[in-house]
Design a protein. Structure first.
Length: 328
């Protein structure tokens, strides 16, 4: 992000409203309850500001055993995604029939104390620039996003994304071509047997519905587990998908990193995730097992690198940055 954009938040504040959320269609959500962006406005040349309210009670984003609670890094990232999509439709005139595919994403939070949840909903401000917009045939085809984040008035971190864009027809044709047939959706695939999922406390959760990993194996210093989310979790699967979405893969990476930390002796009650970087290499199909793996972190190590494999091919990679006490 440019120095001028970064300095914008230090100037007299622009009036960003937190009274109600934007139209759910502008952030590609089916449920109003899953919309967090409340306002967007242009504040300079190619500089846009969005507001998002973070909830105090949410069955997914507030389901953590860590105390004192920090604002969920994936909630921050979801608000950033929504702000980028809303800004793309509102300010870049990207057509509403566009499907966005996340290629790369990063979120890094700097100040844990500023992210503590209190008695009131949080107010997140997201300063956004689109430094790389590639056009073809009169339509946006790829978008780069750079974001600066403040939470309740304090600068707390940065986010960035690289996203491909195509029409819904183009997307359907691509998926059919790649698979040699129509990809099944989350409404069509059989519900998997989740009796082997991890105990929620092992991955920092209280609700089994928010656990996405099963069948852990530890061998020769490497931890593996199968991605096995609940398709009826409406925060992870807000609408119908024909693949595992990026946010579900990121939740899997987070949980594998926390499981590795737990097995390495960390106290999960005080271990938080403050940063994630990920690259999505191909679609993670719903009808074949996705296996996550990571090296166990050594003493004093705060980063866990996670690999995603499906049918002997790499589908994604992620790096998870932990914060908290190193030993139980």
């Amino acid at each position: 992000m440019s120095e001028n954009a970064v300095g914008t938040l230090a100037e007299p504040p622009f009036h960003i409203r937190f009274a109600h959320t934007v139209d759910r269609h502008l952030v590609h959500r089916a449920a109003v309850a899953e919309v967090f962006v409340t306002d967007t406005r242009q504040i300079g040349e190619s500089v846009y500001l969005a507001g998002a309210q973070t909830p105090l009670s949410h069955s997914y984003f507030n389901d953590h055993i860590q105390r004192g609670a920090l604002t969920d890094v994936l909630l921050v990232l979801e608000a950033c995604r929504q702000a980028a999509v809303c800004g793309g439709h509102t300010f870049l005139d990207i057509a509403m029939d566009t499907s966005f595919l996340v290629n790369e994403v990063s979120v890094q939070l700097r100040d844990p104390e500023a992210l503590r949840t209190g008695s009131d909903p949080g107010e997140l401000q997201i300063l956004t620039e689109y430094p790389a917009v590639r056009m073809k045939g009169g339509r946006v085809r790829q978008v780069g996003v750079e974001q600066e984040l403040t939470f309740n008035g304090a600068a707390v971190g940065v986010s960035s994304m690289r996203v491909s864009a195509m029409t819904k027809h183009e997307y359907g044709s691509l998926r059919t071509y790649q698979r040699g047939g129509v990809a099944p959706s989350t409404r069509e695939v059989p519900r998997p047997d989740r009796s082997g999922i991890l105990a929620p406390a092992q991955v920092g959760r209280t609700s089994p519905g928010n656990v996405v990993l099963a069948e852990p194996v530890f061998d020769a210093g490497r931890l593996t587990a199968r991605l096995l989310p609940d398709f009826d979790n409406r925060s992870l699967f807000d609408h119908q998908y024909d693949h595992f979405p990026a946010m579900t893969l990121l939740e899997g990476a987070r949980q594998l990193a926390l499981l590795a930390a737990f097995w390495s002796g960390r106290q999960l009650s005080v271990t938080h995730v403050l940063g994630m970087d990920a690259a999505f290499l191909r679609f993670a199909e719903l009808d074949a097992p996705v296996v996550l793996s990571a090296e166990m972190p050594g003493s004093g190590e705060d980063t866990v690198d996670v690999a995603f494999q499906q049918s002997d091919r790499s589908v994604a990679t992620a790096s998870v940055r932990l914060y908290g006490e190193a030993k139980a």
